[in-house]
Design a protein around this ligand. Structure first.
Ligand code: F0G
Length: 466
């Protein structure tokens, strides 16, 4: 692709029209804030945070056109014009026949899991996502990880660590029978693997396999536009194609999707479920009225659907993706150059720090990634998120911590929000903490909620020399 102008490769294709003032804190204030939050960055108040890299979910800056769209929102309970505009845009870019808006991604996951999974089923997937797996389990299914082995190794530079291992998938299907595998859960730019893409070649092979066995492919489309960008960059056959056309080709090889529009689609709230099958859609619409709202708003205001429709037009723009992914790489390369152990290749939505290698002296059941995220906050007011033993939760059969191979701290970049100077502050913060890493102790969990414990669990520092 040739750049349209001669400016630096990833410079932003927008300028700032409005700013939001940040609150600065002292180290003493931050030490108190993290103690009060039980050493869980989810429990901090945002006013105590300087640079918020907790998540890229619902944290994007909307454009002037999206804000204008809010005024255009049709707040009719039924048959909102905003729904029909969104439907047209989703059909254009994703290509599925049917669209059901939901309040956010997990609303779509709930509906899809209830519709497709029967108790005793197995759902293979290219690594778990927290809410996705929980909805599969609540519907009576069991998630089985069939991602390639390289995905569990932060140092492997495989260009498509999100690929499905077809041998692992076939082993499962042989063992339990295709009748007990309603669909494969395929995620674009696999979040828990570090924002790593699957390749089109892998998807095509998966498609042939699943057609032969009668297994559906349901896409988690949350960050699939970013996945399309990586396919263009890394797969020779796609070098000259547009992100738009690659996205469409991905969707055409799948049977439906769930979407958290709070990521790729540049909105602060929203999601959707899509499928091609008429009968499945009828049933989905019927469940929606119980759990979300009428099928033409699904838990969203008309204005949210307007913002999403416009956000999708902007999200598929080449220069948007170049700036988005360019900024993540800028931060990642700065950290890698400073000798910080990060997950490679650098993904699309975040830089992942390998807490096992950063804090080798902290045992995994003392939650090194949780402890490290708390340290980053105390150091500079930078808020990150644990993606390791706390997020993985307990095995429902044994009750033990799952102790995943990946014990990561995620520095997640909201889209269009922070500047290059902010990225420099983040890098300095991480390097400062790295220099005093030997003094950092692990944590013990003092409160553990039943579901998705990482959101609300509380911790205390382990006593020194414990
Ligand atoms: N799927 C993926 C891949 C996600 O990353 C998320 C959310 C969801 C589904 C659920 O969507 O939040 O709209 O209900 N990820 C956020 C994160 C929370 O920070 O990674 P939701």
């Amino acid at each position: 692709m040739t750049a349209k102008t001669s400016h630096r490769t990833w410079a932003e294709p927008y300028k700032i029209k409005m700013v939001e003032l940040l609150h600065m804190t002292t180290r003493v204030e931050r030490e108190k804030a993290i103690r009060d939050a039980g050493y869980n960055t989810f429990l901090l108040r945002s006013r105590d945070v300087y640079i918020d890299l907790l998540t890229d979910s619902g944290t994007s800056a909307m454009s002037d056109r999206q804000w204008a769209g809010l005024m255009r929102g049709d707040e009719a309970y039924a048959g909102s014009e905003s729904f029909y505009r969104l439907e047209e845009v989703v059909r254009q870019y994703y290509g599925y026949r049917h669209l059901l808006p939901t309040h956010q991604g997990r609303g779509a996951e709930h509906i899809m899991s209830q519709l497709l999974i029967k108790p005793g089923d197995f759902i293979p997937g290219n690594m778990y996502f927290t809410t996705t797996r929980l909805h599969q389990e609540l519907a009576g299914g069991k998630f089985v990880d069939v991602i390639i082995d390289e995905a569990h190794d932060t140092q492997s530079s495989h260009p498509f660590k999100g690929n499905v291992d077809l041998a692992k998938l076939d082993e499962l299907v042989q063992e339990v029978g295709a009748d007990c595998v309603p669909y494969i859960s395929l995620e674009g730019n696999v979040n828990m693997a570090g924002g790593q893409p699957f390749s089109m070649e892998n998807l095509k092979a998966l498609h042939s396999y699943c057609r032969e066995k009668g297994i559906l492919i349901m896409l988690d489309a949350t960050r699939t536009i970013e996945n399309a960008f990586f396919i263009r960059e890394r797969e020779a056959a796609y070098a000259g194609k547009s992100v738009k056309s690659i996205l469409r080709e991905i969707c055409d090889l799948t049977d439906g999707c769930t979407m958290s529009a709070k990521k790729d689609a540049l909105t602060n709230i929203g999601g959707f479920f899509c499928c091609n099958d008429d009968e499945l859609f009828q049933r989905a619409k019927n469940l929606a009225v119980i759990y979300e709202g009428l099928h033409t708003y699904g838990g969203l205001a008309g204005r949210d659907m307007e913002a999403m429709a416009q956000g999708l037009h902007e999200a598929v723009m080449e220069e948007h993706q170049a700036a988005r992914i360019g900024q993540v790489r800028y931060l990642g390369n700065k950290l890698a150059d400073a000798g910080i152990p990060i997950g490679l290749p650098i993904g699309s939505h975040a830089v992942f720090i390998d807490a096992k290698r950063f804090l080798p002296h902290v045992e995994q059941d003392s939650y090194p990634a949780q402890a490290l995220a708390a340290e980053f906050y105390v150091e500079s007011g930078v808020r990150a998120m644990e993606r390791g033993n706390v997020s993985a939760g307990r095995d429902p059969e044994t009750g033990n911590n799952r102790r995943p191979a990946l014990e990561l701290v995620r520095l997640t970049l909201p889209r269009r929000v922070y500047t290059q100077a902010h990225m420099d502050v983040v890098a300095e913060c991480v390097v400062n903490v790295f220099q005093r890493r030997k003094q950092i102790q692990g944590l013990k969990m003092t409160f553990e909620p039943e579901y998705l414990r990482f959101f609300q669990a509380r911790f205390e520092p382990l006593a020194k020399n414990n």
